[in-house]
Design a protein around this ligand. Sequence first.
Ligand SMILES: [Zn+2]
Length: 305
Amino acid sequence: MPERKGINKKLIYIVLVIILVALSYFGVDNFDKFFNEEYPFESTQSETTEMINVHYIDVGQGDCTLVVCGGKTLLIDAGENGHEQQIINYLNSLNIKKLDYVIATHQHSDHIGGIPEVFENFGVDNIIMPRLTEAQTPTNTTYTAFLKAIQNSDAKVIASKVGAKYTLGGAEFEILGPVTNDAEDINSMSVVVKVTYGENSFLFTGDAETDEENEVLETGADLDCDVFHAGHHGSYTSSSKNFLNAVTPEICIISCGADNDYGHPHDAALKRIKKHTEKIYRTDICGSIVITGDGSVLSVTYENL
Ligand SMILES: [Zn+2]
């Protein structure tokens, strides 16, 4: 009998030890699994919503750029008359229903031609544009259609103001120009805007020429950026030496049409840009170009790979 009691005690002890070891083993294992599975999952999810995507949409000879961050959208310009369907198709392919902001950099047809159709097909919350003097205000049918589309919409109309900042998901954009309103050519009334997301930055200057570039430079604004959308489709009248020295681009995008009447991009501008970077992507060659940033690293993809 005493022997059996001893065996029972030993057995109970062994079973208890096995149970404790098993519990602690599975417990620790489950605990580890919880973090190993959940942490990367959460991290990936937040990266997906917080990425910035900048789409330089190919609209032939004109400008149209879509910035998307955290589900918020900014459209900078809407191309020339006749290219509106390309923009509508592009935005539809991204399942975009509404634009939080539209910037009309200036009131030339290769930048505002598609605005009426954009307003007809998508909700627009805000439109930012330069406030022109009477002498600068165009009188053509493109401008009339542009004004009518805005007046018939619920969009808030905002006159560009240097220093004004807006949030776009986790990104921010700041208006850097035009500084004055005395330009004879409304190219140099173009809204200059810098979009920043973490360490990623993108600069847009519309068709600003050297005089406006100099005015922006004189404000002392931080122009340094990763991606520079070359002013005025790569014209020699923009992307001046001093301006580029402040911008120091790592990547340059040029929006222009194949065999365009203006000869854009001009060799003189390309030569100045190449002093800073060889990474030049053109919509006439690449088609639409997409730059994705995670706040640190940038990647470039384009249509005609
Ligand atoms: Zn233009």
